[in-house]
Design a protein around this ligand. Sequence first.
Ligand SMILES: Cc1cc2nc3c(=O)[nH]c(=O)nc-3n(C[C@H](O)[C@H](O)[C@H](O)COP(=O)(O)OP(=O)(O)OC[C@H]3O[C@@H](n4cnc5c(N)ncnc54)[C@H](O)[C@@H]3O)c2cc1C
Length: 332
Amino acid sequence: MNAPLPRSSCVAVVQAQGGQPVPACLDALSLALSLSGAGERTLLAILAPNPEPVARDLAGQYGCPTVAVSVADGASAGSLAAVLAGMVREAGAQWVCLGHTPFSADLAPALAVLAGGCCVPGVEAVERGEGGPVFSRSVAGGRLIQKISPLAFPAVLTVLGGSQTPPEESVGPAGEVVFREAGAAPEGIRSLGVLRRTGQEPGLADAEAVVAVGRGMGCEENLGAARRLAALFPRGVLAGSRPACDLGWLPHRCQVGITGATVAPALYLACGISGAFQHVAGMRGSRFVVAVNRDENAPIFHVADLGVKEDAVNFLPLLAQACEKRRKEGGS
Ligand SMILES: Cc1cc2nc3c(=O)[nH]c(=O)nc-3n(C[C@H](O)[C@H](O)[C@H](O)COP(=O)(O)OP(=O)(O)OC[C@H]3O[C@@H](n4cnc5c(N)ncnc54)[C@H](O)[C@@H]3O)c2cc1C
């Protein structure tokens, strides 16, 4: 028989891959911790083929009671949603937070339907409203911000990676860990596995630093310094605006924006990029944005934490050289 779950108004669902939590799921955990009532402990659900090591790590780090859900090979979102809906019911949860990942695009709505609540995808921020929390998310390709107040509960939220501050660690005792299983019963679709593209650089979605180049770089031959800067980070990736990809300087899988990838790195360095909303829609979740542009009126400066008004073609080699020198001297 399964060990009973503690009552909690908030559940954070964390996918783990390769023994690590998927980064966007830590944003979900942050939001769940902030939605939990005073003195209350958020319930954590870890989804992985072998969830126990990650479950024990996170239960220790955050002091949350944790359910290690072992996910059978080929388990569908439907079968996982059924297990999670049962847990949400048992815990009496009002809020369920997931990372905004391709997998949660299947899982979250199914879970909301099974649990009899509602689904709010792509949450970027929360504020206190008169009737409870009010969530914000980007719509119309990032041109508008929609405010949402859920009316049906439990409310299943998918949280944009990079939108929250990192979850606060607990100084208290580790949370207890209990176990559940999600079978492979196919419902609607059967997942045949997830493969890494051959020859692909580290994933844009999981990048720690993105160096993005735009038309302002002038030509492909000018991208060398941007490439060197990206290589200085363990999970650094070179990316581009749509023109940079359309011009053939970079493959299309490197495009950031509304018709490309959505990224949420700790650092986004935009070089020779104007800041059209179609581009900004894909990088606004970045934690710290540095923009290099020779036009002080370029819209990219509106979303930048640090703006450099310079010719990027001249500036980037100097920056790369300074960073490489610092790295050699033992700095970070
Ligand atoms: C339906 C649709 C979908 C789209 N999807 C995307 C998308 O997913 N991603 C995307 O990026 N775009 C997308 N676009 C295109 C988008 O509208 C912009 O045209 C594009 O983002 C502009 O790219 P850019 O900033 O590289 O080029 P530009 O707009 O040409 O800007 C170049 C910038 O570089 C600066 N500059 C020039 N020379 C230098 C120099 N030497 N040093 C420093 N700065 C310099 C200029 O001041 C300028 O600000 C889409 C458009 C449509 C209509």
